[in-house]
Design a protein around this ligand. Sequence first.
Ligand code: 8X3
Length: 248
Amino acid sequence: MKTVLVTGATAGIGEACARAFVKAGWRVVATGRRAERLAALVGELGADNVHPCIFDVRDEAARDAALAALPEEFAQIDCLVNNAGLALGTQPAQKSDLDEWKTMIETNVTSLVSLTHKLLPGLIARKAVIVNLSSVAATYPYTGGNVYGGTKAFVRQFSLGLRSDLSGTGVRVTSIEPGMVETEFTVIRTGGDQDASDRLYAGVNPLTGADIADVVLWVASQPPHVNINALELMPVNQSFAGFQVARE
Ligand code: 8X3
């Protein structure tokens, strides 16, 4: 039985990953800040299948304590899903809040590289799969995307660089780059504005957390000689628009 560690498993894509991996016969270490959400996941999927680790990914001491206390049967990680991340704010740079920028960088970039660095020796020993959740915002800039897009471009390029560094180890690395996925993402981004989130996704038929979880599981289930480098996906109703032009 293989073990996957999923960060940000309390909601959205992470929670869906926990469900998909358990259904496929994996053990799941589910991390997140909200203990009650993780407890519900354990209740639903079974304590033999899911081990909750309650910590904020930005808190390295709490993270290390939780990982050091992993039961033996959950301690060997075969797949790391770096899912925890967030967007804060939709304003242009000149109206953005610096603290929100820093929170995105700490969560999406610093915490991701820190956890990856910590787990790397074990991941190499087990020829593991690392799946990093980037975004279409890594490639396509949009107004108000500023630092969020920057963090996701980092995740994509870090993933590709990591893969290069890990050449010959058998470790596989993938950058997953979704477009619109209806989760708590936009409610969080807008500071709790459920109406704004509902308006954004209305009529779009957006991707779901389960759609992305299926892709993550598929990536992790490839034979050992297959590496999916990067995978970008969008709902059918989301596509590309042209450049904007400001006229004088
Ligand atoms: C966010 C993708 O398309 O909702 O990661 O901005 S999108």
